[in-house]
Design a protein around this ligand. Structure first.
Ligand code: MV4
Length: 445
């Protein structure tokens, strides 16, 4: 096994990875910016290295500084967490060139899934159902018009380099297609420096359902069920649950098998998430994430599988060692993302945490790096913790979530906790009756 892992991240996910390492007897190295000197991930690590100033570009994204930290500490592997360098194929290659193991997939798989056109073509080749659309990039408006007419309006113009909703434009009819193409192209060019576009049938009211996969790169692969992440605001997930209240066992087994077979065929290594839009009983692949995700704990709660320990084992060359029939889903889990933001305007609210008292008790998990007296720096994203609640069924989970939200005390800054208290009182949430537009409609009304 690895002796020492460098964790190239900060905040709650850095702590989450440290916990996995400690249980496995692996030493940890924290890296941090000057703004994170007092962060919990630095205090709890076995060693720490300051790698730069507050700006992420010069610290958590600074590849030469991270390599130097590996050299200085003798770390034999790097865990990138999520965000930052986690889906940077070049970083994966550079680590390999330096004989440092990336705890993550092969660089080639990171690269192919980063290009949404290539990802979709790969998914289709592997037998995963995709959204009807252009066979590849659309290079001119005449072809685009022809393809859009074939698929039927409304259509969605998307950026190959996209994800997170940027460079995406709906065309409701042929009158709107030229405009959608030029707006999307300009946005893609300026946001990603890559103006390649593709076209899909626009799905009006889907749910966002993503399957967690675990694959050892040598023929062993399982799916760990799905997460329903439909409740989003501006392409940021807010509330996630596993399993989805919209699926039954037969649907899960059918698409889950397609996905795990595809990962075997691909020779995929590590954890991955295959994202679908789900509408009228049909699944449509949209993207694959080649990293550990923020919402991974809800999958851990219903399967009992430690996803980070599995990542580490697989990166070290172990076989999965179990099959699909060994994966048992039990109960229900919900995650609420606690952001340091105003719960109505979503304006960031960094600053001093004057009081902090998290909920506890059976079935309640908090993944967070904050503490009373900690000052949240203004330089990074506003996620300060995750409240993850487990119950033997969805109803028990919701009851426990209400109780937990009522106990949670964070003073000195604003948080999204009051939003969740409103959500768990909504009949549509209680009934699992929501799609990807529900939350923004609720916030508008
Ligand atoms: C779509 C779609 C409807 N039809 N594709 C948004 C971000 C990107 N990851 C995929 N997205 C969408 N793709 C087709 N063909 C609607 C969205 C979408 C969305 C998807 C998941 C969760 C929230 C969303 C909010 C708005 C739009």
């Amino acid at each position: 096994m690895f002796d020492k892992i460098l964790i190239a991240n900060r905040g709650e996910i850095a702590l989450r990875i440290q916990r996995a390492c400690r249980e496995m007897g692996i030493a940890t190295v924290a890296i941090h910016s000057t703004a994170d000197e007092n962060a919990m991930h630095v205090r709890l690590a076995d060693e720490s290295v300051c790698i730069g100033p507050p700006s992420a570009t010069h610290s958590y994204l600074n590849i030469p500084a991270i390599l130097a930290a590996c050299e200085i500490t003798g770390a034999d592997a790097v865990h990138p967490g999520y965000g930052f360098l986690s889906e940077n194929a070049r970083f994966a290659e550079i680590l390999e060139e330096h004989n440092i193991t990336l705890i993550g997939p092969k660089a080639s798989h990171i690269r192919v899934m980063g290009d949404k056109i290539a990802a979709k073509a790969t998914a289709e080749r592997l037998g995963i159902p995709v959204v009807p659309g252009s066979p590849g990039a659309v290079t001119n408006n005449i072809d685009a018009r022809k393809i859009a007419a074939e698929i039927g309006y409304p259509v969605l113009v998307k950026a190959a380099a996209g994800g997170g909703g940027r460079g995406m434009k709906v065309a409701l009819s042929e009158n709107e297609i030229d405009n959608a193409l030029s707006t999307a192209r300009a946005e893609a060019k300026s946001a990603f420096g890559d103006d390649a576009l593709y076209i899909e049938k626009y799905l009006a009211k889907p749910r966002h359902i993503e399957f967690q996969v675990l694959s050892d790169g040598k023929g062993g692969a399982v799916h760990l069920g799905e997460r329903d992440c439909s409740l989003q605001r501006r392409h940021q997930k807010v509330f996630e649950e596993a399993l989805s209240p919209a699926l039954n066992l037969a649907q899960r087994e059918k698409i889950g098998t397609v996905v795990s077979d595809a990962m075997k065929e691909l020779g995929y290594l590590g954890v991955g998430t295959v994202e679908f839009l789900y509408e009228n009983g049909e699944f449509y692949f949209i993207e694959m994430n080649t990293r550990l995700q923020v919402e991974h704990p809800i999958t851990e709660m219903i399967t009992g599988i430690d996803l980070v320990q599995e990542q580490i084992r697989i990166a070290h060359g172990a076989s999965l060692g179990y099959g699909q029939s060994d994966v048992v889903f039990a109960g229900h889990a919900i995650e609420c993302r606690i952001n340091a933001e105003n719960p109505e305007t979503f304006t960031p609210s960094p600053g001093l945490i004057e009081a902090y008292h998290p909920p506890g008790g059976l079935g309640v998990r908090i993944d967070s790096g904050v503490y009373a007296g900690y000052t949240i720096p203004p330089y990074y994203d506003s996620l300060i913790g995750k409240l993850i609640v487990f119950g033997k069924n969805r109803n028990e989970c919701l009851m426990r979530l209400r109780r937990s939200l009522g106990e949670f005390v964070i003073e000195g800054i604003e948080t999204t906790i009051p939003l969740f208290s409103r959500l768990v009182a909504e009949p549509d949430i209680v009934n699992g009756n929501y799609d990807i537009h529900w939350l923004e409609d609720f916030l508008d009304s």
